[in-house]
Structure formats: structure tokens, C-alpha cells
Design a protein around this ligand. Structure first.
Ligand code: FRU
Length: 321
């Protein structure tokens, strides 16, 4: 793989040099310098959308990590929350012959085929944050969403002293973090008298969370806590509660914990807690380089997570057990 890429890189450099000379009408005097140029590897990054700050952060993390390595260049594609667009992006990367494919899939099942096609054609594929079905990829990098959901459930059970009425605003349930944050949470509250009185799929989106919460507020005069699968969802729910004059009666719990989003909400007392969800962007570049250098990589890299409350924020949060 590495040798093929070195060769490709040399060919690209050589052709580029010849192209420049062809345009300027110069003769190839000496190609030694050109052929000694380091190979340039192309990494295709298929992002499912850039609507949430968290995804912008992931792309930034990838770009920053890649900037430290002049021998790689990253091509970014944004599917804008449309599965068919993302399927096309992956297939474009395959026909372009990228050296490594990074993909953060919108939905698990529909992206499984295109990811497997890349993998079968010998393109190393790193899946980030949301899973596909099966194991037709090189490596998965991401935090453990079941664990985060479970920790959130235990935190909620403790905060509500074992009983209370909860609204669960779920992430897109055709994506694995939505499924796992839900299952984990239900395990975490098991054995308590916490009742989930309302649940809805807000598809990770703040405006959807806000309108779902408006319905919940209309139907239920008593709501103790909202567990939202991400911070934009928790904030949307907070806005709905504030509009109804009920934000002081409700505790809001979110996930992502970005320094400029969830952590700020915690600091401002809008959220009681936010669970960190590291993007994996820097690790994706780190492992892409290992693959390009011919190193063996693990099938899965699980990233650690912590949670932030007003009490532990200054100390950098608390790591999940
Ligand atoms: C952004 C996002 C995050 C969430 C992650 C789950 O699109 O919704 O807020 O933690 O995706 O994949």
C-alpha cells in the first residue's frame, strides 16, 4: 500500500511538473528534484452534516491535525444531513482513488454498502463516531455511547433521588449514537422509580427538540428533567421551557460538552450536566498516517469521556468510570 502510494505521489508530482513545463514551453532540464518530492497522500473525509458545532469541531480537529503533515491533503465533503448525498460522496472518493477514506455516517444501514465497497476495493476506511452495520471497514474511532448513556442514567437517578418524571429527546434513531444513548440511559435508570413520560426523536436538531418539548410541556404539567441526546437538543428544550416560564422547574441534561457550547451552558446554569463526546478528528489523522506507513491498527479505538457540572468545571470535569 505504502509503496503504491509513494509511486502514485511521485507520478503526480512528475506529471504536475511536466504540465507546468508544457504550459511555459520549457524543456525538462532536470527532473531529479521533482521525483525526490515527498509523496502526497489524499484523504477523503465524508462528513454527514455541518449544522451542529460539534461537527464543525470534528472537521477543525481533522484539518488542524492534517496541517502538521505536509505529505497529506484532506478533501472535505458535507452531505448536509442527506443520506443519498453522503452515499454519492463516498462513491466519488472511491472513483477518485483516495488513499484513505474517513467517514462519519449520517445513518448506519444506508452507508454500510458504500463503505464496504471502498474497503473491498482496498481503500482503508476509518469510520468515526457513528457506526455502520457489520465490520467491512478498517477501523472505528469514537467514544462508547452506551457507556455515556448509562452514566447519564445513573447521574439522573442520583440527582432526582431515585424518582421523577423525565422527558427523553433522542438523537436520530437510525444512527448508532441515538440507539446506544437511549439503551444506555434506560439501563442507567433501571431499578429507580424514574418514569420517562415523553420520548421523541428530535434527530439531533435544536429546532426539532424545541418543538417536541413544546408538546411535552403542553401535555405534562409536571416535568422534572429533560435528558437530551446532545447539547443542541437540550438547549432547544430549555428554550421551549423558558418560553413557557417553566425553565426553573426543570433540570436539563445534554451530551457533547464542547468548550464553546455545552460547557458554557453548564457555566450559565442552563444545563446541569453535559457529557463530553470527543470528536475523534485528531485520532483519525493519527491512525490514517499509521495505515499509510503500513502499520497495523486496531479494529476499534474507544475514546474516553468525562462529564461537566458547575462544581467540577474548573477542575476539568470528571472522567466516566
Ligand atoms: C452532531 C451530533 C452531535 C452528537 C453526534 C452524534 O451532528 O448530533 O451533537 O453528539 O452528532 O453522532
Amino acid at each position: 500500500m505504502y509503496r503504491k502510494n509513494v509511486f502514485n505521489g511521485m507520478m503526480i508530482a512528475l506529471l504536475a511538473a511536466l504540465g507546468v513545463m508544457a504550459c511555459s514551453g520549457e524543456q525538462p532540464a532536470d527532473t531529479t528534484e521533482t521525483t525526490q518530492t515527498d509523496p502526497v497522500f489524499t484523504i477523503g473525509m465524508s462528513q454527514c452534516n455541518l449544522g451542529e458545532p460539534w461537527r464543525v469541531q470534528m472537521n477543525d480537529d481533522i484539518a488542524t491535525a492534517a496541517a502538521a503533515h505536509p505529505n497529506i491533503r484532506v478533501i472535505f465533503r458535507d452531505a448536509q444531513n442527506q443520506t443519498t448525498v453522503q452515499q454519492n460522496h463516498v462513491r466519488e472518493f472511491i472513483s477518485q482513488g483516495v488513499d484513505v477514506l474517513l467517514v462519519s455516517p449520517l445513518e448506519a444501514a444506508p452507508l454500510t454498502g458504500p463503505v464496504a465497497e471502498a474497503y473491498e476495493q482496498g481503500i482503508p476506511v476509518i469510520v468515526i463516531d457513528r457506526q455502520v452495520v457489520g465490520d467491512q471497514y478498517t477501523m472505528f474511532i469514537g467514544p462508547d455511547n452506551t457507556r455515556i448513556g448509562e452514566a447519564a442514567g445513573r447521574w439522573v437517578a442520583e440527582r432526582l433521588e431515585g424518582a421523577g418524571k423525565v422527558v427523553e429527546l433522542m438523537g436520530l434513531m437510525t444512527s448508532t449514537p441515538g440507539q446506544d444513548r437511549h439503551t444506555g440511559f434506560r439501563n442507567g435508570i433501571e431499578g429507580s422509580e424514574i418514569e420517562v413520560i415523553f420520548e421523541a426523536d428530535m434527530r439531533w436538531l435544536q429546532p426539532n427538540a424545541q418543538s417536541e418539548m413544546e408538546s411535552a410541556l403542553t401535555r405534562f404539567p409536571e416535568i422534572d428533567l429533560v435528558y437530551a441526546h446532545n447539547d443542541p437538543g437540550a438547549y432547544g428544550a430549555y428554550l421551549a421551557a423558558r418560553a413557557a416560564g417553566r425553565e426553573q422547574d426543570i433540570i436539563f441534561v445534554g451530551i457533547d460538552g464542547l468548550p464553546h457550547e455545552g460547557m458554557v451552558y453548564v457555566e450559565q446554569g442552563i444545563l446541569d450536566v453535559s457529557f463530553e463526546y470527543p470528536t475523534g478528528g485528531a485520532e483519525a489523522i493519527e491512525y490514517a498516517l499509521k495505515i499509510l506507513e503500513g502499520e497495523e491498527v486496531p479494529k476499534e479505538l474507544t475514546l474516553p469521556s468525562r462529564f461537566y457540572t458547575r462544581e467540577n468545571l474548573a477542575a476539568g470535569g470528571e472522567w466516566l468510570e
